[in-house]
Write a protein that binds this ligand. Structure first.
Ligand SMILES: Cc1cc2nc3c(=O)[nH]c(=O)nc-3n(C[C@H](O)[C@H](O)[C@H](O)COP(=O)(O)OP(=O)(O)OC[C@H]3O[C@@H](n4cnc5c(N)ncnc54)[C@H](O)[C@@H]3O)c2cc1C
Length: 455
């Protein structure tokens, strides 16, 4: 997409000349994703400072017929936040103001560009906690987590991002600004725009601010890394823990192959005396009582081999590292196909047992790495050793997932990467409804026209 000098001048008048970036070296960092699988190009990166400036940029783009890709921290994994078809890149990172915490309601308002980690820190400083957490916390923005309805490590305890958002401010594709940031918990006054915009992946509106609900902090958290005899036993144990231990904060899953890679790449010692086929990383809140309940539940669970336990924050962080370092360790092998899927709990172990061989059958040089959020049935299927354009790998995995009654996207969204397979999860009637909503809120299809739906 080429851009007229007149339009660049209009951008500069709106956001200031230093916030319209066109230098090839500078814009390149905005045009490629974290994994290097998705690499695009843009005629301009525009960095507005507030909602009004966002609305003005949208108006300029609408009248010039220029499509926009909104971008936050650029940690998304489905090619939704990079300009793959030469779109204008709208970076929200400058809109990063966070309000004081309302001590009584336990809420705060965050600008779209505030990082997840900053919001967590602001909440913690006021004695509260933000209920969403994930390994990309330092770069991912609140706007991006809303746009993707991010899940992460604590969905089991506090729900996904949608469950935290009480109000939203956004510039729609129509150019109008909707702002409803009062933070009323009960407010049944029609369509719930925060829910609609959560997970809309920048296709309906550009989120500029959100009112977030905070939760009570964990009490004396205890972390246990549990080695098990098989994935099936890990899944059964996760079910036992959810039922028997009240303060379960997180139950994460990885397997021997991934742990071996993590230890090698991140130069970490094996966390248990010997390697086990499967591991659960469990965090419980509630101090001694919770630890006792956890120990009793693990004693009664099938296939538990060894358990490493942390009761202090430093050791807990070390144990978490074995789970969180998976993404960077896998990425060190070259751009992976990252396929984030959900299975019904009853099919999770079987799926994990067969998916690697199924991928290998179509891509003999490949390796499949599996880890995920056990309590949610969410497994990240990472395939390395295949070129980015090998769609047959995605075909095999998604058909398998669909056959088990799972979802082709658990928490990363559809983006551009999974658009061709959306029909596996959504009926023709649902897709028609999606298109109707898109038409109403973004009639000229200028917001992320290549993401989620084919318009
Ligand atoms: C190491 C690592 C670990 C991760 N772990 C998890 C995890 O556990 N759970 C999980 O759910 N995800 C995870 N992710 C994926 C990613 O961090 C999330 O999808 C995150 O929510 C993206 O936020 P972002 O600010 O980086 O958005 P971006 O990558 O910039 O954008 C993502 C999408 O949102 C749109 N968008 C961004 N900002 C806005 C806005 N203000 N208004 C409208 N649309 C917008 C973009 O156009 C794009 O479609 C992980 C990623 C990495 C690299």
């Amino acid at each position: 997409v080429t851009i007229e000098p007149r339009v660049l001048r209009q951008f500069a008048e709106t956001v200031g000349p230093s916030h319209v970036l066109t230098d090839a070296d500078v814009v390149a960092g905005y045009a490629a994703d974290f994994t290097g699988r998705f690499v695009g190009a843009t005629p301009a990166v525009v960095r507005p400072a507030d909602t009004e400036q966002v609305a003005s940029v949208v108006a300029v783009c609408r009248s010039a017929g220029l499509p926009i890709v909104p971008q936050g921290g650029n940690t998304g994994l489905v090619g939704g936040g990079v300009p793959l078809a030469g779109e204008v890149l709208l970076s929200l990172r400058r809109i990063d103001e966070i309000s004081d915490v309302d001590e009584v309601s336990g809420q705060l308002t965050a600008g779209a560009g505030a990082s997840l980690a900053t919001v967590q820190q602001r909440a913690a400083a006021a004695g509260w906690r933000y209920g969403v957490d994930m390994a990309s916390r330092d770069s991912a923005t609140i706007g991006g987590t809303v746009a993707t309805n991010a899940g992460g490590l604590r969905v089991l305890r506090h729900g996904d991002t949608r469950a935290q958002v009480l109000g939203i401010e956004a510039v729609l594709g129509t150019g109008s600004t909707v702002s409803h940031l009062g933070g009323l918990i009960k407010d049944n006054t029609g369509y719930h725009l925060p829910s609609l915009l959560c997970g809309s992946e920048g296709t309906l509106g550009i989120v500029t601010a959100v009112r977030l609900r905070l939760v009570a902090p964990a009490v004396d958290p205890v972390v246990a890394l549990v080695g098990l005899g098989s994935v099936a036993e890990a899944v059964t144990t996760a079910g036992h823990l959810r039922r028997q231990v009240h303060g379960c904060e997180a139950i994460e899953l990885f397997v021997a192959e991934g742990l071996e890679l993590v230890c090698r790449v991140a130069e970490l010692p094996l966390p248990t005396a010997r390697m086990h086929p499967a591991y659960l990383l469990v965090e419980v809140s509630g101090g001694e009582g919770a630890s006792t309940a956890l120990a009793a539940a693990l004693d009664a669970a099938p296939g538990v081999g060894e358990t490493a336990v942390a009761t202090d924050a430093a050791r807990a962080a070390q144990l978490w590292r074995y789970r969180e370092a998976h993404t960077e360790a896998i990425n060190s092998l070259g751009p992976p196909h990252k396929l984030d899927v959900t299975l019904p709990a009853s099919a999770l172990a079987e799926f994990m047992g067969v998916v690697g061989a199924a991928v290998h059958a179509v891509a003999p040089g490949s390796r499949t790495w599996l880890f995920g959020h056990a309590a949610d049935g969410n497994v990240h299927v990472n395939v390395t050793g295949v070129p980015p354009d090998r769609d047959d790998v995605d075909d095999v995995v998604f058909e398998l997932v669909s056959g088990y009654g799972g979802s082709i996207s658990a928490e990363h969204g559809i983006g551009t990467a999974k658009r061709a397979w959306l029909h596996l999860n959504r009926s023709a009637a649902e897709l028609d409804a999606f298109r109707g909503i898109k038409k109403a809120l973004d009639p000229d299809a200028i917001l992320n026209p290549n993401v989620l739906l084919s318009v």
